[in-house]
Design a protein around this ligand. Structure first.
Ligand code: ADP
Ligand code: MG
Length: 437
């Protein structure tokens, strides 16, 4: 996979308030990356820095190895979908999605585009080493401007060439008529390729339909947007962003306003849309389940710092510290002592484990996931206690077992009555040792 975006030691302060404390992050092409963390940890700020809406206080943002901090938001190959979908209420679904493309072909916009081009080129011309390069750049600029003003300019030039050829044909040649006819046919064929308003509209329609299909809204083209559900409106917003063919789509809690059922449906759909569009999604959420469901890569953040970056399974199974363990799912977190490599002690009992590389007798945190624990007959393990509470959770029971030292939360499909004396067991692979946080 190719690296697309890189954040290097990015910091951000709002006055005295340092909200990003040195973010280093690599994002690859076609990745579904999720920034996950509690409210206020700096997710939105990070996203805005990538999108160009906020300048970092220090650090670099690279796109394809080039610093893009000088490039304004509207010129970056990014598009943003916000939590509150900003659709145009007076336009139907089709026109909402087509909006971005129409902007490109309307007259006022031609002027804006030309100005932008001139601005861009002026910077490069000013920085050019010699006059030949400057001249070359100026010629390039003029060509690009012509193309914006007249999308058929290249075809027209081709026709001019063919017409000149006809003029120079040798009339005395017996082949003259056939040669002339051939060239005229070529001219005709090129004229057929001219982008007329009709052709343009057809292309636009095809494209809008393609992206409406991608977000599962075929048949809704002429629906007015306020007759859509929240989920459908958000899909219109996504189609409208995708049609501009950005390299990266930035999504800031786009599902937060939806109810639970719709949100879960949209989680799968979003992943599907990302796959079909073949672009990078950077998704922000404070919902760990959402992050685990959709992401190729999760970036767990807290208080302006990245805690851990990894695949959902890795983040879940091997949380790097107590914060990540607590944030990603429920856990039993127990303080212990790392006696030696592969040997940890807690509550006075030594347990073999798969972790190593800690200092001898280092104080550590141990994570035991509720679903990795089992309830077994009393006395069969060193952890004995009494069933303190039982709650049915749909698929499993959540059972709290109270020992002399602590309460263990266990997820199991076997019912146990309150008050029963039991023991708690686990496999050594399920005991995760982490640095104390
Ligand atoms: N424009 C701003 N001016 C001042 N403080 C801001 C601004 N934007 C964000 N913050 C502060 O930066 C911190 C991180 O905010 P944000 O990136 O929005 O967090 P998140 O998206 O993770 O909830 C918060 O403490 C927030 O109050
Ligand atoms: Mg936010």
């Amino acid at each position: 996979m190719k690296k697309l975006i890189e954040l290097k030691n990015v910091t951000k302060a709002f006055g005295e308030n340092v909200v990003l404390k040195g973010i280093d992050l690599e994002i690859y092409e076609n990745e579904f990356v999720t920034l996950l963390g509690p409210s206020g940890c700096g997710k939105t700020t990070t996203l805005r820095i990538i999108g160009g809406f906020v300048d970092p206080s220090s650090g670099e943002v690279l796109l394809n190895e080039k610093n893009i901090l000088d490039i304004p938001a509207h010129k970056r190959p990014t598009n943003t979908v916000f939590q509150r979908y900003a659709l145009f209420p007076h336009l139907d679904v089709f026109e909402n999605v087509a909006f971005g493309l129409r902007m490109h072909s309307n007259k006022a916009n031609i002027k804006i585009q030309t100005e932008k081009l001139k601005e861009d080129y002026q910077i490069r011309i000013d920085h050019a080493q010699d006059s030949t390069t400057k001249k070359k750049l100026k010629l390039e600029l003029n060509k690009e401007i012509e193309l914006i003003k007249d999308p058929n300019i290249h075809l027209k030039l081709k026709i001019d060439k063919l017409k000149n050829k006809i003029k120079t044909l040798d009339k005395t040649n017996p082949e003259f008529e056939t040669q002339k006819q051939k060239l005229q046919e070529q001219i005709k064929a090129i004229k057929n390729d001219f982008e007329t308003p009709k052709v343009r509209e057809k292309r636009l329609t095809d494209k809008v339909m393609k992206y409406l299909a991608m977000v599962n809204l075929q048949g809704y083209e002429r629906r007015s947007v306020h007759k859509l559900s929240g989920g459908q409106q958000q899909r219109v917003a996504i189609a409208r962003a995708l049609i501009n063919e950005p390299k990266v789509l930035l999504l800031d809690e786009p599902l937060a306003a939806l109810d639970l059922k719709l949100r879960q449906e949209m989680q799968y759909e979003l992943k599907e849309i990302q796959r079909n569009a073949g672009i990078t999604f950077i998704f922000v959420t404070h919902d760990q389940e959402e992050a685990l469901t959709m992401s190729d890569k999760i970036v767990v953040m807290n208080e302006g710092e990245i805690q851990q970056v990894g695949k959902p399974e890795d983040i879940y199974n091997e949380p790097i510290n107590t914060f990540v363990a607590k944030f990603i799912g429920e856990s039993n977190i127990i303080e212990g002592i790392m006696i030696d490599d592969y040997l940890v002690e807690f509550d006075g009992v030594k347990y073999p484990c798969v972790d190593y590389g800690f200092k001898r007798n280092e104080i550590v945190d141990i994570v035991l996931r509720p679903e990795d624990l089992d309830i077994v007959p009393e006395g069969t393990t060193p952890i004995s206690g009494v069933v303190d509470s039982v709650a049915f959770k749909g698929v499993h029971y959540e059972i709290d077992v109270k020992t002399n030292t602590r309460i263990y939360t266990v997820h199991t499909t076997d019912y146990q009555p309150e008050g029963k004396k039991v023991s708690v067991s686990f496999e050594k692979e399920d005991l995760h040792v982490m640095e104390k946080w």
